[in-house]
Design a protein around this ligand. Structure first.
Ligand code: RIB
Length: 314
């Protein structure tokens, strides 16, 4: 089986259910907070493990109880956690998340140990990069480290997948050259292309945005558009839109992370991008019907059953 490596963040999510997302200066009351394993990198690794992949995670946590919770969660999904770095001098990353009654979230990340993942750490783990076939990145660790590792991965001939979240104020343009598959959501696509009022139900507008990113060096672009489905602009399977699966969303946290991981898992099995995106669409559709980040991610068995039932019902 092809190997997947995730290089990225781990956070313990402090999730608060709210009636509505608080406005600037507004105070609101919630009656519950849940602690859930999260972090965009860890969510991807956890999802890949749950979906049966051979996956390892390179990232940094503190030498504290939150670090233990995150490590154990990844282990429970079958992720190789031996590359995880424990920093004595840092706390594990945390994310403060509100989830409103529509299932939409807002997130503030306190980076902690995530911000210490360095180019030297990448060098020390070069054997991992060499062994991997597909390497996944997001942007909750230092940009310098992402660029360095992605450049190495590219030079080694690996498939590089980037979930450009969160989009930094200044996106490092060189990174585009190392990316085989870029997976922004609607907001991230607008931020990356600086196209205002992008009409994401308009295929020509999306193609214009995708072309801008392709001119910068990206080969394949997949945009997750929530209720508007997934826009795919791929070298091998061309341009298409995969319709959204209608579900009752309770919490969209980690929907994008599980989508990206599912995509990688299918590519590792030799599927093309369109087939992989159809599968990933089902994985994230299940994830949004459940609360939390890693707690919402389905197993391969659940996804298989779900896909079979959607074929029967259509
Ligand atoms: O993408 C969802 C994740 O973003 C959460 O788990 C949180 O930790 C933040 O990193």
């Amino acid at each position: 089986m092809k190997k997947i490596l995730v290089i990225g963040s781990l956070n313990l999510d402090m999730v608060v259910a709210v009636d509505h997302t608080p406005a600037v200066g507004e105070t609101i009351i919630s009656d519950k907070m849940n602690l859930v394993p999260g972090g965009k990198g860890a969510n991807q690794a956890y999802a890949a493990g749950r979906l049966g992949a051979d996956v390892a995670m390179l990232g940094a946590v503190g030498d504290d109880s939150y670090g233990n919770i995150l490590t154990e969660s990844l282990k429970s999904a079958g992720v190789n956690v031996s590359p995880l770095i424990r920093r004595k001098e840092e706390s594990t990353g945390i994310a403060l998340i509100t989830v409103n009654s529509d299932g939409d979230n807002s997130i503030v990340v306190v980076s902690g140990a995530n911000k210490t993942l360095s180019c030297e750490d990448i060098d020390r783990h070069m054997a991992l990069l060499q062994e991997a076939d597909i390497i996944l990145f997001q942007l909750e660790i230092p940009l310098e480290t992402v660029c360095y590792a992605a450049k190495k991965a590219k030079a080694l001939g690996k498939t590089v997948i980037l979930d450009p979240a969160p989009v930094p104020k200044v996106f490092p343009e060189e990174l585009y050259h190392y990316v085989d598959i870029l997976k922004p959501n609607e907001t991230e696509l607008q931020m990356l292309t600086k196209l205002d009022n992008l009409e994401t139900d308009n295929e020509a507008a999306l193609s214009k945005a995708a072309d801008l990113l392709k001119e910068k060096g990206v080969k394949n672009i997949l945009v997750t558009l929530g209720e508007k489905g997934v826009y795919l602009n791929a070298e091998d399977t061309g341009v298409c839109r995969i319709p959204a699966i209608k579900v009752e969303a309770v919490d969209t946290t980690a929907a994008g992370d599980s989508f990206t991981a599912a995509l990688a898992v299918m590519l590792a099995q030799g599927k093309n991008l369109k087939e992989a995106a159809v599968f990933a669409n089902h994985v994230s559709a299940i994830a949004v019907t459940r609360k939390g980040a890693q707690s919402s991610i389905p197993s391969l068995e659940e996804v298989t059953k779900y896909m079979q039932s959607s074929i029967l019902n259509n």
